[in-house]
Design a protein around this ligand. Structure first.
Ligand SMILES: CSC[C@H]1O[C@H](OP(=O)(O)O)[C@H](O)[C@@H]1O
Length: 361
């Protein structure tokens, strides 16, 4: 693994459509570039990875995070596996891709985009295994790049749909980071906000800091400030007070897995925000690509919730905040019931949670 302070790709190569990107594949398909999100907003630094195991560790350790972004990173990890297996016959190739897929799929459990991307890569591997090694590798790279491009297009499509539901002016509350840094580019929840502002709406953003990884304070604020979009950061305890004072006009969040009945798994704290929104009669919107919808999961009780290390809560910038010997709970996600959600925006259309299956096509 190597580290650089500048995007290691030529500007024309980035599929994100921005000067930065959560994950990119080199032109030769031999390296995966991840923006080291644990060091933002202070340092913009990129890590260059060359094996599926390194990509899996980058996802587990949250170098790259965000449901669509980790799906894209996993797809790029499968490209590295296909490249390394160019000299293998069909059986050896499939064994190598299955091993890489298992590593990548095991890196984080909640975002369905990860397993969705690995499943699609393995389906392609099954289909082209008998072909020449170089041809398999190029086909896997084309698949992964198309998945990245499709995600950016999906973000822009759902952004346009959602933008119509936002007020002409006022403050929009967000939770966690569902922006370009969590996707292939442009963002889901932040894509709705970007599209609304591009359409002339005079909006500003209240970004929940979102302890303990601080995706809101460190990542959402960094993205929006870079775009010149007005943003203020809130401690997670402040949202209710600002809703009670009438300052919050709407709420838009992302998702990591949407069950068939419309229940939504998202960053821990989302459920509390949704309860407050309902109490104050404020619209609560979810924006997510169809790759986040999991029709095989009947409802939110069946969504696996990632438990992360206690010290990710107990330490802040390496400084101990919880006494030694005292455990800090760390569920990384919670589930917001469909009944608290006003509408879900996807690239296939918008739906109330109960109507989601209608978009399945
Ligand atoms: C556009 S998906 C973003 C989604 O993923 C985040 O989780 P994490 O930062 O732990 O990967 C969070 O739940 C966001 O809403």
């Amino acid at each position: 693994m190597s580290v650089t302070n500048l995007p290691p790709w030529a500007p024309a190569e980035a599929l994100s459509g921005a000067s930065y990107s959560a994950a990119e594949l080199s032109a030769d398909g031999d390296r995966v570039f991840l923006l080291e999100q644990r060091e933002l907003p202070v340092v913009e630094r990129y890590v260059t990875l060359t094996t599926p195991a390194e990509v899996a560790e980058g996802i587990r350790a949250m170098v790259v995070r965000g449901a669509p972004a980790i799906g894209i990173a996993a797809a790029y990890g499968m490209v590295l596996a296909a490249r390394a297996a160019r000299g293998e016959g069909a059986e050896g190739y499939l064994h190598a891709l299955r091993r890489a897929g298992a590593l990548l799929d095991a890196s984080r459990p909640t975002a369905v985009n990860l397993s969705w991307a690995v499943r699609r890569a393995l389906a392609l591997a099954e289909q082209h295994a008998p072909r020449d090694g170089e041809q398999r590798f190029q086909e896997m790279a084309a698949f992964a790049r198309a998945l990245h491009r499709d995600d950016v297009a999906a973000c822009r499509a759902m952004g346009r749909l959602g933008a119509a539901h936002l007020p002409d002016e006022g403050a929009i509350l967000t939770h966690c980071n569902a922006g370009a840094l969590a996707t292939g580019g442009y963002g889901t929840a932040l894509g709705v906000i970007r599209a609304a502002i591009e359409a002339g709406k005079r909006l500003r953003v209240l970004a929940d800091e979102t302890r303990p990884y601080l995706q809101g304070a460190r990542l959402t604020a960094w993205e929006l400030h870079k775009d010149g979009i007005p943003v203020e950061v809130l401690a997670d305890s402040m949202a209710g007070w600002l809703m009670q004072r009438g300052e919050v006009k709407a709420i838009v969040v992302g998702a990591d897995r949407i069950a068939r009945n419309g229940d939504v798994a998202n960053k821990i704290g989302t459920y509390a925000v949704a309860c407050l929104a309902r109490h104050h009669g404020i619209p609560f919107y979810v924006a997510a690509p169809w790759s986040t919808v999991d029709l095989a999961t009947p409802d939110g009780t069946a969504i696996p919730i990632e438990e992360r290390a206690s010290d990710e809560v107990g330490l802040i910038a390496g400084k101990r905040m919880v006494p030694e010997g005292v455990r800090a709970r760390h569920p990384a996600f919670d589930v917001t019931p469909a009944s608290l959600i006003t509408a879900i925006f996807t690239e296939r259309g918008e739906a109330t949670p109960g109507e989601l299956a209608r978009l399945a096509g």
